[in-house]
Design a protein around this ligand. Structure first.
Ligand SMILES: [Zn+2]
Length: 252
């Protein structure tokens, strides 16, 4: 059965700096094919300490949605590990042009030849890796960023990663069975291009997924208690809303 495992659920600078929640990424598995989404700081360690332990030679590759550090720092070491230091040409990488070619590129150029292939995320472009099929959508964030709508055995699982709110998100993610939202902020703040709890409510009401999962918490939400925040959203939207925790596994 396909699953999504939240290795980490922390986001934003203070939570990451203090590791109040792990900033490791998300693991997706379908038919023995594993992909890591946004391997932030601590992902490698979490994979090794995960139960059951995840061996990197069983991981197909990485989807990196944008270059921010809390999403990208472990990408290089994971690429190197999958390819066994370049002795094997192995691993796939799906990421932005900025991550590979930009002035602020975060993927080390010498690692690219280690990969079996890499491809660039674009707006409304569809990718296949084994039986995992996904389409990406451009978000509004401070750097080039894409969200992911993934088909896992016929179920639509969406990763609505870092973005500010805009109405087109409702159209992009409609039909989601599971909607995973990076909700960094308790309250909207100007010039911070992240979703707040109110934005999440608008999105859940507009998309009406079968289930919504909140993750990537900033300090304000952690203080307010993600569990209480999710319970309130459930009552207000009539949709089952849960708060992710480090190590949470969701079978699809
Ligand atoms: Zn970001």
């Amino acid at each position: 059965m396909p699953y999504v495992k939240f290795l980490g659920t922390g986001g934003a600078r203070f939570v990451v700096a203090k590791q109040l929640r792990s900033s490791a990424g998300v693991l997706v598995e379908s038919n023995e094919r594993k992909l890591l989404i946004d391997p932030g700081p601590g992902t490698l360690a979490r994979l090794a300490n995960s139960r059951p332990k995840v061996n990197l030679d069983t991981v197909s590759g990485i989807i990196l949605t944008h270059i921010h550090l809390d999403h990208s720092t472990d990408a290089n070491v994971i690429i190197d590990s999958i390819a066994e230091g370049g002795f094997k040409r192995k691993g796939v990488l799906f990421t932005t042009h900025e991550a590979v070619e930009g002035e602020n590129r975060v993927i080390l150029p010498y690692l690219l030849p280690f990969l079996e292939r890499y491809d660039f995320l674009e707006h409304k472009k569809t990718f296949e890796e084994g039986d995992i099929c996904f389409t990406t959508y451009r978000h509004l964030h401070s750097v080039e960023t894409y969200g992911i709508k993934m088909d896992l055995s016929g179920k639509m699982v969406s990763f609505l990663v870092d973005t500010q709110y805009f109405d087109s998100l409702l159209e992009y993610y409609k039909g989601s069975d599971i909607l995973i939202l990076n909700v960094v902020l308790l309250e909207s703040r100007q010039n911070i291009m992240h979703l707040s709890v109110d934005d999440a409510k608008r999105l859940i009401n507009g998309i009406k997924p079968g289930k919504a999962i909140l993750t990537h918490f900033g300090m304000g939400i952690l203080k307010a208690n993600p569990l209480l925040v999710s319970q309130k959203l459930s009552q207000e939207t009539g949709v089952e809303v849960v708060a992710a925790y480090d190590g949470m596994k969701v079978e699809i």
